[in-house]
Design a protein around this ligand. Structure first.
Ligand code: ZN
Length: 212
């Protein structure tokens, strides 16, 4: 079953007063034309370069990189900053190192991620971790997060796939047909133009941030 990112929007797509989060996309960074073509047993860009794929061979959406230029597009996640934050465990709001202590790295997850009120052994999310000041501020100031999210200390986390645009064969070019989460071991990963890295939280503890 493909991973489905939490139903709660990332902190970075919320409107925190005076804050433009690190992974929020700016209007100047909108993807340029990226003609998708058939390549091998999947898709590629017509003018593909090595940096268009990650080390797992997954094709990534092209974006500009000019944070601060134009308008912040709250609700739009910048693909490469999201991926960088996940890989390097950077705070999704300020871009500095996410909080880490003996219990693990700090994540804030929507309660919708649990199916029956009990916490599963693992969760998948496309939301990068947070530093403690940004997590506390976000959970205090964002009504949705305050009501419907919890903080976790994660000891083991594993990249398991991507969230992105799925294409299907077409003529003369592949056509996009849906947006979904796809795991690395799913053959559809070759037909996916990734927009966000999805990580599985394998081992974690639910914590209270306001009570050390
Ligand atoms: Zn931060």
């Amino acid at each position: 079953m493909p991973p489905s990112p939490s139903a709660v929007p990332p902190v970075s797509s919320s409107r925190l007063p005076g804050v433009v989060p690190y992974i929020t996309a700016w209007s100047s960074e909108r993807p340029s034309a990226q003609p998708v073509v058939h390549r091998g047993t999947g898709i590629g860009f017509a003018d593909e370069a090595p940096y268009d794929r990650d080390k797992d061979g997954v094709l990534w959406t092209r974006t500009g990189h000019s944070p601060g230029a134009g308008r912040p597009e709250f609700g739009q996640v910048h693909a490469l900053r999201q991926r960088r934050a996940m890989r390097r465990l950077l705070c999704q709001v300020c871009g500095r190192q996410a909080s880490r202590n003996r219990e693990g790295v700090l994540w804030v997850i929507g309660e919708e991620a649990t199916s029956s009120g009990s916490w599963p052994d693992d969760l998948t999310t496309s939301h990068p971790p947070l530093c403690e000041p940004c997590a506390v501020r976000s959970m205090q100031m964002c009504p949705h997060l305050r009501r419907r999210s919890v903080a976790l200390r994660v000891r083991v986390h594993t990249p398991v796939g991507v969230h992105g645009a799925l294409y299907q064969p077409g003529g003369p070019r592949p056509t996009m047909w849906t947006v979904a989460g796809v795991t690395y071991d799913d053959v559809r990963i070759r037909w996916t133009r990734a927009g966000q890295l999805v990580v599985r939280l394998d081992s974690y503890t639910v914590v209270r941030l306001d009570r050390p």
